[in-house]
Structures are given as C-alpha cells and as structure tokens.
Ligand binder design. Structure first.
Ligand code: PGD
Length: 836
C-alpha cells in the first residue's frame, strides 16, 4: 500500500511541476501543424507559434514569427532560469554566428599543392558543389583505407555534438567508418578521463556518469554537504542528453535547508556567490586538494575519530595506506594537518576542524571532475574514497561521497520512463572488421591525439597495457572542437600538419573547421527533426525536437552526408536501412512505447504514453514520475547492507584503498594506494616557470566552446576578449586595471584577454574559462598570439599518469602583463578568406 501511495504522491508532484505546457492546438494554427490529419504526423513548419525542442541546456519552447525565431525559454514554467536557453535565434543566424554556408575546400589542398598541409589555418577556401565534396571525401577515405587500412583513419572525433538520438554526429561518423571497414577510435573522454579509469579499480564501477544517492535523501538525512571542487550552479545548466533542471532546483533548495554547507574551491565561484553567508568557503591552492584530504585523514587516524569497523568490513588494504598517511613508509613523512596546510594553504586548525565535523555528522562529499583534470588526477577521487571510508558513511542515506552531483543532475531521482532508441554504430559491411574485436590496439586515449599524430609507432602505457600509436593519415572530425578543447593548442597546430587530409563537419566556422581541408555545412538542431530524453540519470522527459525553422540553403544533416558517402562506398542500404528521418524517429519512439505497453508504465499525469503520431502532433515533452526505488536510491546501499551477498566489482569485492592490480603495473606516477604527488606546475613549486596558477574551469555562459558565437558573449567579453580574473593585489603589482587588455603567456603560448580585477580569485591565481574560440593572429606563424583568449593555448599536453592518460587542463602556470600594442582585431567569428 505504501508504494502505491508514495508513487501517487510523486506523480501528482511531478505532474504539478511539469504540467505547464498546454496542448499544441492552443498554440499554433492547426492548419499548419496538424494539416496531415489525426492519424498521420506532420512535419510542416510552424510559421507563427511555438515549437518544442531540446538541447544540452534543456527542453525549450521556441516562439516563431513569420518563420523566424523570436524567443526561446524553458519548456516548463517555474524552473530555475537558464540563460543558455535564451539564444536559439543566434545559433541559427546572429551577429557572431558565423555559419558555414556551403561545402568548402582549402585552396592549396584542392590544387594538390605539395606543401598544402603547412597552410592549414592560413589558406584561402573555395566553394565546391556538394557532389564534388562527397567525391573528394569518398575517394580520400578509400585511398587511405587501401594504403593504410583502418589504422590510417582517425575517427575518435571527440566532442559534445548536439542533443538528439538520430542526428548524433559522432555515432553517425562511427557508423559510416565502421561499416566501411574500421577506424582508430578514442578511449575515455576529456571530462572524467582519470576518474573513469581509477574508479573501477577502487569501487568496481565507473562511478562517473552513474546515479548518485537521491536528492530527497540528501535533503532528509545529510547534516553536512561539502561541495568540493565543483561549481554546480554553472555546470548544472547543461547535461549530456538534455538537462532535466532538477539538480539546480535541489541545489537552490539546499541553500535554506539549515544544513552546514561547505564549498572547497580556490575561487569564489558562482556557486560560492549563490550560497553567500549560507555556506562556508574554504580556498585551498589549486592542485592541492589531495594533500588537504590527507591532512584530514591523518587527523582522524591520530585522534582515533574514524570508523574502524567500516574500514575492516568494507575496505581492502587500508592499513598499508594508513602507514603512508602516518609517515611509516619510505618517505617517512606524516601527512599531518600541518604538513597539508603547508601545501594547500588552508590552516591547520581548519583541517582538524573538518576532520571532527565530518566524523561527527552525516556528511556527503560532493566532488567535481575538475580536480581530476589535473596532473596525477587519478589520486583525487581515490583519496575522496579513502576519506569517505574513514568517515564510514558510504552506503548510508545522505552520507558517503558522490562525484556526479555537479554533472547532468546526478541525484535527480530515476523515473519509470521507458527509454527511447537511438542510432547505433552498426556492423562492418564485411571484411576488415577484425580490429573491432581488439578495439584496444586501435583506440588511443582521447587526450593523446596530438602525441599520436606527432609520434606514430610510439608505445605508451595505459591502465596495465601497452598501446602503440598508429600512423594516422586522415582525420575525420564531427561534433567536436579540438582547437578549443585540447591542451597546448600550439602543439596541436604542429600535430595537425601530419595527416594528408582533415575533414570537418560543423554548423559554424569554428577554429577546428578553419584548420580543416574539407568542410561540410551542417544543419543546426533547429533545422531538423529529432528526439531526446532529458535527465541523464532520471530519464525525466521524452522530448520532441521538432524542426523550428527552414534549413539554411546548401546545409546538410550529418546523416545525409554519411548516407551519401555510404552510397559511394556501396553500403547505403545498410547505413540508412531504407528509413527516412521520421521513420527513424518513429522507430526510436516505439522502443519506449512498446516497453510502456508491456510494463503498463504511466506518465506523471497518470495517463498512458501516447502513440507516436499523437505525441508528435501534440508538440510537447512527456514527463514521467520518479519511482519508489529512484526516490530511495542510496549509492552502495546494498553493498553496505550485505557486502558478502552484494560485493563490489573489484578483485577483493571490497573498496580497494590498496590495489594489488595497480601495484603490479609498477607505474612511477600512480602507486598502489592514493598519494600526494607534486604536480608538474603549481604555486608551491621551486623554480616556478611562470608566476600565476591558471585555472580554466567550465564557463557559466557557454557549453565548452558552444554558444561563444551568440549574444551571450556581450555579457562577459571584456575589451572584446575572453575575460581573465585577476586578484586586485596582483593587478596593482602589474599595473593592470579593469577593462585592460592583458597578455597571458608562458613557454607554450600567448593569449589576449580582458581584465576583470576581482577578489573572487586569490592572490597568485588567474582564471580564464575554457571554451573561447582559438583565434590565431597570424596563423602562418608559429606560437602566434590567440587574440580571443583560448585558455588551452597555455595548458600542458601531458597525461595525468601512465594509468589513465587523461588530460591535465587544470595544471598550468602562466604570466600576465598589460598589453600595450594596438589590439589586433578579432577574426574568431568571421569566415576565413574565400568563404562568405
Ligand atoms: P564543444 O565546444 O562542445 O567542445 O570539448 P568539445 O569538443 O566537446 O564542441 C562541440 C562542437 O560540435 C562545436 O563546434 C559544435 O558547433 C559542434 N556541433 C554541435 N552539434 C553538431 C552537429 O549536430 N553536427 C556537427 N557536425 N557538429 C556539431 C569539450 C571538452 O573540453 C570537455 S568535454 C572537457 S570536460 C574539457 N574541459 C576542459 C577544461 O575544464 N579546461 C580546459 N582548459 N580545457 C578543457 N577541455 C575539454
């Protein structure tokens, strides 16, 4: 009985929250949208009215007037405001939009000039017909396949593409390349590359992108909530599928919950600003959280205020780690609060106070991914687990640790929604697919791409095995922007000169498109039909992504380009399965619909899921309600209840504070238990190569580089550049004032930024958000100035360690000076020479 009652309560609550959308008949002229009649869906465009779609930044209602977008807002009333939802019109055509308007080829590439690779990024472009572009690509893919096999083609093509289960650029590329005979792929990602390799050794599961203890349980049970190295008020504006908005709702409610909220972050982030005096802000030096955690653990072990029983029952090898903490191993250094304080800059007394506070109260440690995007990034989440083990609350409601609350709404309770289908990679069309059985030998860690292009044949270590880099001769990139996301841009510029051919699909002349040889003009998500769910962990909604406006002339869907390439290669039927866009969508929808029919799952309003035609014509998202299990989900609850019956997926079945598996790998830069390693560059090092610690976290008004080309930029650009935050004392010492143009530089490169003098950054630290479009002043010159302020020109391209080979974007030092020359004009948002 209890289950029914609670479910009903949830249904009513969620129906209330998401019920603000009237049916389409009240919104648009029936004669347009419903012209096809009751039993047939319509794809006619709404010329005047509202259309529902979705993006990484959530479900949206887009208003159209005379066929043009005039407004876009959250699809649901009453949710926390998300500014990213407001600029849909700009993404189609705005002041900075910079669409690719036709298939284009780089001039000297087209002319087959011998030195043409040297001119990438500095050349003129020539418009070609779509048919000619398809032929060029098809011939080149066939040539490289013939000469070098699957090993010659890099299709790892990392990136955040757009939401949508059909127009999924990267999967479509993989489908085309797989069916054609294989390609070199990418292992892991830039987001959580270190955590997703270390955590399976420690917890037996990826941990990243997995559901967290539910928010209602946090609200009910946690006494202390620690937001550690995370900035959820900004990062929860987006999600991988589409944002359900629930995380922001809960972080907002948390503010006045009376709980002790602690934010540990070198910067007074927007999350610190949001909580104001309702939270305590503790600011360690960048890259030193592992040392701070060690100081807390040392205090707990020294005072005896730690959970011995938990450690005995649920963990493996804690004693060996404890020897390290207490200074009984070779380094003979106790990792005391004083030792930690000397490294991280947080006072000894505060470190000791935290140890007592965490142990005495139900404490949830919510960590972010930023801290593992650092040199030795594997250590931080392993150390978090060691700390949470000493506290002893893993598996209790509201206690333990969670590394995904800040990302894609971890903890948003899982609903009863059936899951829609999506386009898949498919199978090889015959021959050449053996490599698929050994993806390892033909996939490289994603963040090692520049190293791989520069050093074919080099063998690297990766998580206990060896990977030998292939010789890549063709790079095919869709749905990603490596000339913004990859570390040490100038090194990437060099690496990019290696392959014979680089093909890029994008909607815009991004820096990556400008560095290509052949580019295709792709439709925006607002110019095609698609479907997506929202809520990566909750599956809260099924969203129609209806075409909002007429597509730009000459633009193509990624799907169309790959289908045409498949046609030339002789496997069109296999690629398209003979289906149209809407037939694919109907099929994906029916995967969920059939599940719902079978299970009897109802929507949040108590109604059954409509059939596809009704759903599509109704033009509104469907909402589902959290289940009893979803609401009461405690991460590792079952393991805690019975570790024998419910062991973890680690070799010992327990939490591995000591990992024999990693010990056997014998890596110098990742040991058998979590440790403090001095990063390659940091504030506390001797002989610093540059003066300031550069942090480059995720931006508040973009998704990585996406939306840099919208009017949101007017809200943050300073002197028409990416802003740099500088502490007032540092600014004074350098003679820099608010609004000045600042050159930021180190041995890897130089960028121009606009000064924001503010104490949100401590002395000795500067912040430049990642994601500004790389804009080389003179692309023909080595190490030229990036005039728009791409932080990655300054970051370091080495791996976290031999274990994960992930990126270390957040470990870097740089210098600053007032820029005195005539400020070069921005070209980031204008087409290259030869393009309109
Ligand atoms: P986005 O800007 O999202 O960045 O790197 P990522 O490459 O994912 O790029 C997506 C691109 O895809 C855009 O150019 C967009 O226009 C294009 N696109 C969107 N939809 C479509 C489509 O349908 N078809 C095609 N063909 N193209 C499409 C992000 C990466 O950056 C990530 S995930 C992380 S976590 C890293 N974070 C940091 C960091 O914290 N600090 C630094 N310094 N650097 C980082 N880099 C990493």
């Amino acid at each position: 009985m209890k289950t029914i009652d609670t479910n009903r309560r949830n249904i009513l609550k969620y129906a209330g929250l998401f019920a603000s959308i009237p049916f389409v008949s009240q919104l648009v002229d029936k004669s347009t949208l419903l012209a096809a009649g009751a039993n047939k869906f319509s794809t006619d465009l709404v010329l005047n009215g509202d259309v529902y779609t979705a993006a990484h930044w959530g479900a949206m209602k887009v208003s159209v007037k005379n066929g043009k977008i005039v407004k876009s807002v959250n699809a649901f009333d009453g949710m926390v405001y998300n500014p990213l939802q407001s600029v849909t019109a700009d993404l189609v055509d705005g002041k900075y939009t910079n669409r690719i308007k036709a298939p284009m080829v780089r001039k000297s590439y087209l002319e087959k000039k011998k030195n043409n690779r040297e001119l990438r990024g500095a050349d003129e472009w020539v418009e070609v017909s779509y048919e000619q572009a398809i032929k060029l690509v098809a011939d080149e893919v066939a040539r490289v396949r013939k000469e070098k096999g699957a090993n010659g083609i890099y299709g790892g093509s990392y990136g955040w593409k757009s939401s949508g289960n059909l127009h999924n650029a990267r999967t479509l590329l993989h489908r085309y390349l797989t069916m054609g005979g294989g390609f070199v792929g990418g292992l892991g990602d830039y987001s959580a590359g270190a955590a997703q390799v270390i955590m399976p050794h420690v917890m037996g599961t990826l941990e990243t992108y997995e559901q967290q203890t539910s928010w209602p349980l946090i609200m009910e049970h946690s006494k202390v909530v620690v937001i550690w190295g995370a900035n959820p008020m900004d990062t929860l504006r987006i999600a991988w599928s589409s944002n359900d908005g629930v995380g922001l709702e809960y972080f907002t409610k948390l503010k006045n919950s009376g709980k002790k909220i602690i934010i540990i972050d070198p910067i007074k982030s927007n999350t610190v600003a949001f909580y104001g005096n309702k939270a305590e802000h503790i600011a360690p030096k960048p890259n030193t959280d592992v040392a701070m955690m060690l100081g807390i653990i040392h205090t707990m072990l020294s005072t005896g205020k730690y959970d011995k029983e938990f450690i005995e029952t649920y963990t493996e090898g804690f004693d060996k780690f404890a020897d390290y903490v207490m200074g009984k191993t070779a380094d003979k250094t106790p990792k005391s609060a004083k030792w930690a304080s000397n490294i991280c800059g947080v006072s000894e007394s505060k470190i000791k106070e935290l140890a007592d506070l965490f142990f005495a109260n139900r404490t949830m440690l919510m960590t972010g991914y930023n801290m593992q995007r650092q040199h030795h990034g594997e250590q931080v989440h392993w150390m978090t687990v060691a700390l949470a083990s000493a506290i002893g609350q893993i598996g209790l409601p509201g206690g333990g640790f969670g590394i995904s609350y800040h990302y894609a709404n971890g903890g948003s309770p899982t609903t009863n929604a059936p899951v829609i289908g999506g386009i898949t990679v498919g199978k090889a069309s015959g021959g050449g697919q053996e490599w698929l059985n050994d993806g390892s030998s033909l996939s490289i860690p994603v963040a090692r791409i520049a190293d791989c292009l520069l050093n074919p044949g080099k063998t690297i270590d990766y998580n206990g095995r060896k990977i030998t880099y292939p010789e890549i001769d063709l790079v095919y990139w869709v749905g990603g922007n490596p000339f913004v996301h990859h570390q040490d841009t100038n090194l990437l510029v060099k690496a990019w000169k290696k392959p014979s051919t680089i093909i890029v699909h994008d909607m815009y002349w991004t820096p990556t498109a400008k560095m290509g040889d052949i580019v295709f003009p792709i439709t925006t998500p607002y110019e095609r039909n698609d479907l997506t769910m929202s809520g990566d962990y909750s599956n809260l909604n099924i969203n129609p992504m209806k075409q909002v406006v007429k597509r730009m002339p000459k633009s193509k869907h990624d799907y169309e380009v790959f289908a045409d390439l498949a046609k030339v290669a002789g496997f069109e039927a296999q690629f398209t399965e003979g289906k149209s866009e809407m037939q694919w969508l109907e099929e994906f929808y029916n995967v969920a619909y059939n599940q719902a029919q079978k299970s009897g799952a109802l929507m949040a309003d108590g109604e059954p899921m409509p059939d596809f035609t009704t759903f599509w014509n109704a033009n509104r998202p469907l909402t589902f309600a959290p289940t009893e299990e979803g609401l009461n989900f405690v991460r590792y609850g079952e393991f805690r209840e019975d570790p024998i019956l419910n062991p973890l997926g680690t070799p010992s079945g327990k939490i591995e504070i000591y990992s024999e598996t990693i010990a056997k790998m014998g890596y110098k830069d990742c040991g058998a238990y979590p440790q403090w390693f001095e990063p390659i560059e940091w504030m506390g090092m001797k002989n610093k190569p540059a003066e300031f610690a550069l942090v480059s976290p995720h931006p508040s008004l973009r998704l990585h580089s996406q939306l840099n080309n919208t009017s949101l930029r007017n809200q943050y650009a300073v002197a028409d550049r990416e802003p740099i935050w500088i502490n007032p004392a540092d600014a004074k010492a350098k003679g820099i004032k608010n609004g000045d143009i600042v050159r930021v530089f180190n041995k890897r490169g130089q960028i121009l930024t606009g000064a924001v003098v503010s104490d949100i950054v401590p002395k000795g630290v500067i912040r430049v958000y990642e994601g500004a479009w790389y804009d080389p002043e003179n692309p023909a010159k080595e190490n030229t100035l990036c005039v728009n302020g791409n932080a990655n020109v300054l970051t370091i391209d080495i791996p976290t360690s031999e274990l994960a080979d992930a990126n270390i974007a957040n470990t870097a030092l740089a210098n600053i000076e007032k820029y005195k020359g005539k400020a070069p004009k921005l070209k980031a948002f204008t087409p290259p020479k030869g393009a309109k």
